[in-house]
Write a protein that binds this ligand. Structure first.
Ligand SMILES: *Cc1c(COP(=O)(O)O)cnc(C)c1O
Length: 430
């Protein structure tokens, strides 16, 4: 087999040829891609922030509005998708997405809320073992959540929050450094809480080795999969993490503020002693509606037992449209295309004048998802204006970084080519 990059070429017709040979090219049609005033579609690279709208999302949402209008309270038990069990439809597709058993997955709340609820159960500090190990930079919400958990348990923030920092002059963390830190400080660490894929650098951590090392050191392990779910292939069950949480509006295309996901490993499925914040939706459904007759909380087995409230049906409906597409395309095929798309982006970036840009994301495709974080020292502002004028949407972070995420479900090789052409034009004037 020829190396994947052999088929790459720098011309527009090369990009068109790559698109014609893409077995997943049809999926783009299943999304609303925003258009420019002249009718051309935008080249959209912000799927790591807010994924595009699946065309079927509106139908599924309107269906539930109609059920409400027609059936009112009976909609809980009648209709095509009764609300009483509505969230259960997500269990299997979400489990496939993150490599879990269906019973280990539940769709509920939003991401940071889920992190808190899971920390209630899995961050159980003692005097000797109370620290939380995170990466730097971590998403601010995760930092606030961890800090407030430390406070809640009466611990000092400076002593309680450990940060993994890249070595001087390096953008990404080295696995060996993460493992060494866990080995040397593990006895005082209660919880290792990392992003599966870091939101700034796009680095995909070595999740199985880190999970294994942390558990060996006696720590619990939680993964924030906000930038990993729907981006990279995951095997949460086999890797043995205690818990994970992710949002559904980034790579999972379920719309702004969409309902998030949770994973709780099977070994915690039947642990009545595990402390948790309870609500009726986490109770055994057989007695859920007995209300005042049942004052004792009987948690459902598995991740379902962490639910609190009855779910927001209108916020869930679009997720169904998106997960159907993930199931139809399959994570393996999506990852294969993702490697090609991001590889093509890298191939084009490597043809730019030396020193114009710098890729902060690991060069090893096994250590990243689809996102490349590109530093453009001194030219980022000008470049941003140029990209906007050309209908190329990516994200800009002060002072000089562009985050570009070609999503294999809807981005084309031609989109990537358009982005790179704007960089090349700017580079020619640098
Ligand atoms: C996007 C993101 C969040 C957002 O949290 P919400 O609770 O969904 O608002 C949190 N953490 C990480 C790592 C993220 O990437």
């Amino acid at each position: 087999m020829p190396a994947a990059s052999e088929a790459f070429g720098p011309l527009e017709e090369d990009a068109r040829r790559l698109d014609a040979a893409d077995p997943l090219r049809g999926y783009r049609e299943r999304f609303h891609v925003p258009a420019l005033p002249d009718g051309r579609s935008v080249a959209y690279f912000c799927g790591n922030s807010l994924g595009l709208q699946p065309k079927r999302a509106r139908d599924l949402l309107v269906e539930e509005l109609d059920e409400w209008r027609r059936r009112a309270v009976n909609g809980h038990f009648e209709g095509a998708r009764p609300w009483f069990a509505y969230h259960e439809q997500f269990r299997e597709p979400a489990a496939r997405l993150i490599g879990a058993l269906p019973s280990e997955v539940v769709t509920m709340n939003s991401l940071t809320v889920n992190l808190h609820l899971l920390m209630v159960s899995f961050y159980r500090p003692t005097r000797e073992r109370f620290k939380i190990l995170m990466e730097e930079p971590a998403f601010p919400s995760d930092t606030y959540a961890a800090q407030s958990q430390l406070r809640f348990h009466g611990f000092d923030l400076a002593a309680g929050l450990l940060r993994l920092r890249p070595r001087e002059g390096e953008a990404a963390l080295r696995t060996e450094d993460i493992l060494a830190r866990i080995e040397t400080e593990g006895a005082s660490i209660a919880l290792v809480l990392l992003g599966g894929v870091n939101f700034v650098t796009g680095q995909w951590f070595d999740m199985p080795r880190i999970t294994e090392a942390a558990r060996r050191a006696g720590c619990t392990v939680g993964w924030d999969l906000a930038h990993a779910a729907g981006n990279v292939p995951l095997r949460l069950h086999d890797w043995g993490a205690d818990f994970a949480a992710w949002c559904s509006y980034k790579y999972l295309n379920a719309g702004p503020g969409a309902v998030a996901g949770c994973f709780v490993h099977e070994r915690h499925a039947r642990s009545p002693d595990l402390v948790r914040f309870a609500g009726w939706w986490g109770n055994d459904p057989a007695t859920r509606f007995r209300m005042q007759l049942n004052e004792t909380f009987v948690p459902r087995e598995g991740a379902d037992g962490w639910q609190i409230s009855n779910p927001p049906i209108f916020a869930l409906a679009p997720l169904l449209a998106s997960l159907e597409l993930f199931d139809a395309a399959g994570m393996d095929a999506l990852r294969a295309k993702s490697l090609r798309l991001t590889g093509y982006l890298e191939f084009l970036l490597d043809r730019l004048p030396a020193g114009f840009i710098e890729v902060a994301t690991p060069r090893d495709p096994a250590r990243r998802g689809c996102q490349l974080s590109i530093r453009v020292p001194g030219r980022a502002k000008a470049l941003r204006a140029r990209l906007e004028a050309a209908g190329v949407v990516c994200d800009f972070r002060e002072p000089d970084t562009l985050r570009v995420a070609p999503a294999p479900l809807y981005n084309s090789f031609h989109d990537v080519w358009r982005f790179a052409r704007e960089l090349a034009d700017e580079g020619a004037h640098a």
